[in-house]
Design a protein around this ligand. Structure first.
Ligand SMILES: [Fe+2]
Length: 157
């Protein structure tokens, strides 16, 4: 129960969620960028897939930010802050990767995000005993693992 979680613990859990939120936000932006700029023979599949991913990430971002608020902490909400704390890098301005490179970049970013989520989730469960946040993070990883599998399948020769 959230009411049983001590305030100091809520703050610690929220601090672990902030980098996850920032990573998700940068990845959301990258998926939009790739949705607009992808070219090549996989255009239709990737244009649609990237849209599906950023739509999902838009909801996931909201869920994580609102969890931070539920824990009584203010959420990061500026692009500047997201870029500062995200471990995922934006695509360089003016750089348009090939369709294959875009998929590889997105796969690598999801894998990075999942490492970050798993590290946070492990601590949140074992040290802070916040099963609700733990459950939310586990559900995110379940979806992201599936995306990684599908995207890898698309580019495996
Ligand atoms: Fe569009």
């Amino acid at each position: 129960m959230i009411s049983e979680i001590k305030n100091e613990v809520k703050v610690e859990v929220a601090e672990l969620l902030k980098p996850v939120l920032a990573d998700q936000f940068v990845l959301y932006t990258k998926a939009r960028n790739y949705h607009w700029n992808v070219t090549g023979n996989m255009f239709f599949a990737l244009h649609e897939k990237f849209e599906e991913l950023y739509d999902e990430l838009a909801n996931d971002i909201d869920e994580v930010a609102e969890r931070i608020r539920t824990l009584g902490v203010y959420s990061p909400g500026s692009l500047n802050e997201f870029l500062k704390i995200s471990g995922i890098k934006e695509e360089k301005e003016g750089n348009i990767p090939t369709q294959m490179q875009m998929v590889e970049n997105i796969v690598n970013d999801y894998e990075f995000l999942m490492i970050r989520i798993n590290q946070a989730a492990e601590k949140i469960q074992s040290e802070y005993k916040d099963e609700v946040t733990f459950g939310q993070l586990t559900a995110l990883c379940e979806k992201y693992q599936k995306h990684v599998w599908m995207l890898k399948s698309l580019i495996t020769k």
